[in-house]
Design a protein around this ligand. Structure first.
Ligand SMILES: Nc1ncnc2c1ncn2[C@@H]1O[C@H](COP(=O)(O)OP(=O)(O)OP(=O)(O)O)[C@@H](O)[C@H]1O
Length: 269
């Protein structure tokens, strides 16, 4: 039996004493590409931010590949925040931003010893993957919003995460760039990258999604295959209450022979 990438039981998340989302029980297996849908303010961001320590876990258990979330080594979960671009007065090149994702592979006891060639290759590889292989040396401020979003995806991928979380990756991006982004996510899915994507634009990502979770008013109200969401979910106004915690009916990607991205390079000591 494969170890689930993510396993949550009766988990709740919020801000300090304020609970925003509760009773989250779900299992995500390797290779699944899960869309999290739901109205504004439902608690989608609060849920995914809880997985990277940006909101507080207030109840239940959360395990990532068998490890308790509280003990998880940084970088195991890649995170692309919502509505975030790289417009800044601090100048940085695309490669410099993406290289931040490599910090996971520096050791605290020897921070100066780095595998410069391994880092360079990993950065080049993730930039190729997101279609920005020719922009390595560009100033990020010169890139479009959609391209900056792809730089952030590359930065998250540079840490070779077991799970890639993206909060509304296609929001505020024009249709042409949405298509480019959808292709990037498809490529990642083919490589076996497990993805959790908060989105309002399911249509743009229809080809890549293997499972849909709907969050409404701080609870999961649907968890199942995209086809079931399309047929049952819509006919019930998007609020299907036959909640299947283990996602047993979720469609699995029929083929993925490549393993998850491994960009660790030579970080052995
Ligand atoms: N820093 C915070 N402190 C307290 N409450 C917050 C904080 N940030 C968000 N909330 C509250 O948490 C609730 C859920 O917000 P969240 O951003 O998770 O929703 P969402 O489903 O991601 O919405 P959207 O689609 O608009 O991004 C909202 O009622 C919001 O007011």
């Amino acid at each position: 039996m494969t170890t689930p990438v993510l396993q949550m039981r009766d988990a709740a998340f919020g801000y300090g004493a304020t609970q925003v989302i509760a009773d989250v029980t779900l299992t995500i297996d390797p290779g699944e590409v899960v869309a999290i849908l739901g109205p504004n303010g439902a608690g989608k961001s609060t849920l995914v931010k809880g997985l990277v320590g940006l909101t507080d876990q207030l109840a239940g258990s959360v395990h990532v590949l068998g490890s308790d979330l509280a003990e998880l080594e940084p970088g195991r979960i890649g995170y692309v925040p919502q509505r975030h671009t790289l417009a800044t007065s601090v100048r940085a090149t695309v490669a410099e931003i993406v290289a931040i994702g490599r910090l996971r592979f520096r050791t605290w006891w020897r921070p100066w010893r780095r595998d410069a060639e391994g880092d360079r290759q990993a950065v080049a590889r993730v930039l190729d993957l997101v279609g920005l292989g020719d922009r390595v040396g560009s100033d990020v401020a010169q890139l479009s919003g959609g391209q900056q979003r792809r730089v952030l995806i590359a930065r998250a991928l540079a840490s070779s995460p077991d799970l890639l979380i993206m909060d509304e990756p296609t929001a505020g991006v024009d249709t042409a760039n949405q298509i480019v982004l959808a292709r990037v996510l498809e490529k990642l899915a083919t490589a076996g990258t497990t993805q959790l994507i908060v989105t309002h634009e399911l249509d743009a990502l229809a080809e890549v999604i293997t499972r849909v979770i709907v969050v409404d008013d701080g609870h999961i109200t649907f968890d199942g295959a995209p086809d079931d969401y399309a047929t049952q979910g819509l006919s019930h106004g998007g609020h299907h209450h036959d909640h299947s915690p283990a996602g047993g009916s979720a469609r699995r990607r029929p083929h993925f022979d490549a393993g998850p991205l491994d960009l660790r390079g030579d970080h052995h000591d």
